[in-house]
Design a protein around this ligand. Structure first.
Ligand code: SAH
Ligand code: SF4
Ligand code: F3S
Length: 454
């Protein structure tokens, strides 16, 4: 027996990478790899990387630089440390990565995580040559990965991967490849397994998640709305979320699902990126600002408590001040209660990087600050308006004080309340009583006593 080995995985980027990192740990566990709390004493370090903006990609190289000292210390003590780069930087850079960072032993793209054990074995046998695999194999990795257990009351489930939309600023279609939808039976089986191992909430993941259309158990095809309806039938599953959606794939059937399926939270992340039609066209988003707002209205008509969150890019090539103002107008009209907003970052190989009219950095900084101030105001107002409301809260973390638990409202607000220990991992009705800078305060609503009094 070779005994226990230690694995350290660092995750950058989106929730898909969080899900993938858990799969990487799962696939290495049968080989005796257990989690290390720091990279210093790890036998295998995996950086699961993100290529979306320049800053995210550059961070990987500074982290690799820092790993050198750990590896040297390990070797001086007679040990060995393998360094693997996974994820979207690995896919984008391929063998070029090794030239910039000779410390790297293994480079593996997002579609081949099931091959990591074999790559580690090869790297251990080799004397310093790197092992590469950035293929998009025909057989999907999901068929070869062990079925995951839930790590808590809230779990991620990847149902779709890749993107065929080719927004002109974005690297994802190149790093994750073409759209692939997992068969419904595989999704349902994984969801049941997650619920059996403690999940009460499942967030379905995909780069273009609502474009999911997959093989049905009877050999036909299901759309995304049907999949949601089937998932909602799983006993013990209280909540369903999904991310990230594209406005063009919000179908009438999906809107109807939001009306009919109570497990679906009344909160949707639906990126708009810009509010100016000329910029939306240059981005190749496939919709206008008015079309986007009509979709928002239809969702709110189906589910009156529906709130939206979004992603924004400021300073896309050619964006004028007037066009930026149009984005602010869409923010006010849709009333986004949360958002991720970014300065446009030119990415190698994408069409937008070569477009004329690149916006000066100072202008991007200024627009981002103004956009974020607008969003923060809406978020604050919404949080304040929640005081007095009763909301279902999924308690998934211990609080800072004894007798306290922390959970999430349907709108992803953190909420802390005095709660009995057995409320952990359950959804409870809570009245919001206060608003802090980072969380809401709540009080359990004793539904039992109210019923008894009636
Ligand atoms: N599939 C998702 C988003 C993936 S990337 C979608 O279509 O919404 C997450 C966010 O990063 C995008 O929504 C966009 O706002 C931002 N982003 C992508 N490429 C970018 C770039 N080159 N510069 C700045 N932000 C970018
Ligand atoms: Fe990127 Fe656009 Fe695809 Fe989203 S829809 S992943 S932004 S190309
Ligand atoms: Fe980043 Fe790749 Fe996700 S580029 S955002 S890790 S799909």
């Amino acid at each position: 027996m070779s005994g226990q080995k230690k694995l350290f995985v660092k995750t950058y980027g989106c929730q898909m990478n969080v899900y993938d990192s858990a799969r990487i740990r799962d696939v290495m566990a049968p080989l005796g790899y257990v989690a290390a709390s720091t990279p210093a004493d790890a036998d295998l370090v995996v950086l699961n990387t993100c290529h979306i903006r320049e800053k995210a990609a550059e961070k990987v190289f500074s982290d690799l630089g820092r790993l050198r000292a750990h590896r040297r210390a390990k070797e001086e003590a007679g040990g060995r440390m393998l360094v693997a780069v996974a994820g979207c930087v690995a896919q984008a850079e391929g063998e070029a990565l090794r030239a910039r960072a000779p410390i790297v032993d293994i480079v593996l793209g997002p579609q081949v995580y099931h091959r990591l054990p074999e790559m580690v074995a090869r790297a251990l046998r080799s004397h310093g040559e790197a092992v590469f695999d950035t293929e998009f194999p025909v057989e999907p990795k999901f068929d070869h990965l062990p079925p995951p257990a839930s790590e808590g009351p809230s779990a991620f489930l990847a149902i779709q991967e890749g993107c065929d939309r080719f927004c002109t600023y974005c690297v994802v279609p190149y790093t994750r490849g073409a759209e692939y939808a997992r068969p419904a039976a595989a999704v349902l089986a994984e969801a049941r397994q997650l619920v059996e191992t403690g999940a009460r909430e499942i967030t379905l993941l995909g780069q273009n998640v609502n474009a999911w259309a997959g093989e049905a158990p009877d050999g036909g095809v299901w759309g995304f709305g049907r999949l949601l309806r089937e998932l909602a039938e799983i006993p013990g599953l209280a909540r369903l979320r999904y991310t990230t959606s594209h406005p063009r794939s919000v179908t009438p059937d999906l809107i109807a699902a939001h009306r009919e399926v109570s497990a679906l939270v009344p909160f949707l992340h639906l990126p708009v990126q810009s509010g100016a039609d000329r910029i939306l066209a240059a981005m190749n988003r496939g919709h206008t600002a008015a079309e986007y707002l009509r979709t928002v209205d239809a969702l709110k008509a189906a589910r009156p408590d529906m709130m939206l969150s979004s992603d924004f890019i400021v300073g896309f090539p050619g964006e004028t001040e007037a066009e930026f103002q149009e984005t602010l107008a869409v923010i006010r009209a849709a009333g986004f209660i949360q958002a991720f907003s970014f300065k446009y970052s030119p990415r190698p190989g994408t069409p937008a990087a070569a477009m004329p009219g690149q916006v000066a950095e100072a202008e991007k900084v200024d627009r981002l600050a103004r956009l974020q101030a607008e969003l923060a105001g809406i978020q604050e107002n919404f949080n304040r308006a929640c005081v007095g409301r009763t909301m279902p809260v999924l308690f998934d973390r211990p609080g800072r004080h004894a007798g306290q638990l922390i959970g999430r409202t349907p709108y992803m607000q953190a909420l802390h309340a005095r709660m009995p220990q057995e409320a952990f991992g359950t959804v409870r009705a809570v009245r919001v009583v206060s608003v802090g800078p980072n969380s809401l305060g709540g009080e359990a609503v004793d539904i039992g006593r109210k019923d008894a009094a009636e």
